[in-house]
Design a protein around this ligand. Structure first.
Ligand SMILES: Cc1cc2nc3c(=O)[nH]c(=O)nc-3n(C[C@H](O)[C@H](O)[C@H](O)COP(=O)(O)O)c2cc1C
Length: 206
């Protein structure tokens, strides 16, 4: 039986063990988006937040390619997602691919060198985008359930760039009940390991 599942009760069921800013608990990744569109300016606010992310040598390795729903590009973007993601992501207002440059120009030597933190930086950029979306009443859901080879070909991504993830963006759907399997996944998403399972003073002991 489908259970009603709202963003309200979803975020309210997240409780931190130590005090943090509420935005960290309010951010969540819905599996259902409303049909409401977003404007390109709204999308640019999310990308603007991402733009201010710190990165190694301030190299800013992230690049974003996007499609808005109900445009000619949309079906092409949806085809790049695995089937399990297509079913819900097709309702999103936009899909953004985060792509990062795998090399950077050393500010010291001027030589092009490997950028070991390109994905770390791109991940931080997603989080900035996700928190900005939360503040604007929107939500994002990142996906690595992507046909990466196909995405490289269709999006014309050069070899020197890495496709990190696709991000669905939109207004979370807080009215339609989720199907059972999605409802279970949402409940699991509210769980986190304890601080002591993931951190400790001194040597690595996990
Ligand atoms: C790198 C990454 C890849 C993910 N890939 C998928 C995906 O392909 N499909 C999906 O439904 N969710 C995907 N997720 C969403 C996670 O399942 C979700 O973020 C996690 O359960 C925690 O939930 P929350 O974002 O609501 O806190 C991904 C999340 C991240 C960070």
């Amino acid at each position: 039986m489908s259970q009603p599942h709202t963003s309200k009760n979803h975020s309210l069921s997240r409780i931190s063990d130590y005090p943090i800013d509420p935005v960290f608990l309010k951010r969540w990744s819905p599996l259902s988006f409303s049909s409401e569109k977003i404007t390109e300016d709204t999308l640019y606010s999310l990308l603007e937040a991402a733009r201010w992310t710190p990165s190694a040598y301030n190299s800013q390795p992230w690049r974003f390619v996007y499609a808005m729903r109900d445009t000619a590009l949309w079906p092409e973007f949806i085809e790049l997602l695995v089937e399990g993601n297509r079913s819900w992501a097709k309702q999103a207002a936009a899909i953004i691919f985060i792509i990062s440059k795998t090399t950077l120009t050393s500010p010291i030597s001027g030589i092009e060198q490997d950028a070991p933190s390109h994905s770390f930086d791109a991940g931080a950029a997603w989080m900035a985008m996700a928190l900005q979306a939360t503040q604007m009443g929107l939500a994002t859901r990142p996906m690595t359930g992507v046909y990466f080879d196909k995405a490289r070909e269709i999006l014309k991504v050069p070899e020197s760039y890495h496709i990190d993830a696709a991000i669905a963006v939109g207004h979370p759907n807080t009215t339609i009940p989720l199907e059972e399997s999605h409802s279970r996944r949402m409940k699991f998403s509210n769980m986190r390991r304890s601080i002591h399972e993931i951190s400790g003073e001194g040597y690595f002991k996990f």
